[in-house]
Ligand binder design. Structure first.
Ligand SMILES: [Zn+2]
Length: 240
């Protein structure tokens, strides 16, 4: 049992170092995620506007086509006007010319509207492009910082992980799981010493009967209050 507790203590030291290295990353991973999310959002808005712009362009060209066709028709009517023989024919051709003028007018309004939409979209797209460029730059910077940090710590992390691997290989799986569960729940401190007759983790008093049992180390003892694994340090005086 003593050997197992020693292993747990060594494991806890390794885990403490791994935890410190993990924390050294600080907000970087989170910031990076946020930047990537924002970038996806802006890029998708950009793509939508590009499609919208293409659509407005198509509508404008259709209206421009309609105008040239209407102008052609108008010319024909105007030629016909010279050849009319009756007032009725004259009125009919004049009406056609008027209708064609209305059509040209409507199409011109459509062209102007489409131009305005296109102009606005182009401005918005330019803004998005700036935004995307800035976001990409920041993402690259943060990514580089994180990679530098990972690269810097990689050797140490690898060593710690391999040390952890050799300690846990063949180790009592139930005890290991229980240790890891306490470690997660108790801020990286799963194994604590008995200090002046109390739990070194939560300071809860330990009965002298239990203290004696812990000292004998026949099995693993957990603090009744915080659930941490208790060990008896050499420097702790033996209770009468
Ligand atoms: Zn405790």
């Amino acid at each position: 049992m003593y050997a197992k507790i020693q292993t747990l203590l060594e494991l806890q030291e390794i885990d403490r170092q791994l935890y410190t290295l993990e924390r050294a990353k600080g907000d970087l991973p989170h910031t990076l995620e946020e930047l990537k999310r924002k970038l996806t959002e802006v890029t998708s808005a950009y793509d939508q506007k590009v499609a919208h712009l293409a659509n407005a362009g198509q509508q404008r060209r259709a209206a421009e086509n309609a105008i040239s066709m209407a102008k052609e028709r108008k010319k024909k009517y105007e030629t016909q006007l010279y050849a009319v023989k009756t007032n009725r024919e004259y009125d009919a051709v004049t009406l056609e010319i008027e209708n064609t003028d209305k059509e040209i007018d409507q199409s011109e309004t459509k062209v102007l509207q489409a131009l305005e939409v296109e102009e606005n979209l182009k401005q918005e797209l330019a803004q998005h492009e700036e935004q995307i460029k800035a976001l990409q730059q920041e993402r690259d910077q943060q990514e580089e910082l994180l990679n530098q940090l990972l690269e810097q710590n990689r050797h140490q992390v690898d060593q710690l992980k391999s040390a952890r691997q050799s300690l846990t290989t063949g180790f009592n799986l139930g005890l290991l799981r229980s240790y890891e569960r306490i470690l997660r729940g108790k801020d990286g401190l799963a194994v604590v010493k008995v200090v002046r007759g109390s739990c070194g983790g939560c300071s809860t008093r330990i009965t002298s009967q239990r203290a004696m049992e812990i000292r004998e180390m026949r099995e693993i003892y957990y603090c009744e209050s915080c659930g941490r694994i208790l060990i008896w340090p050499e420097e702790e005086p033996v209770l009468a």
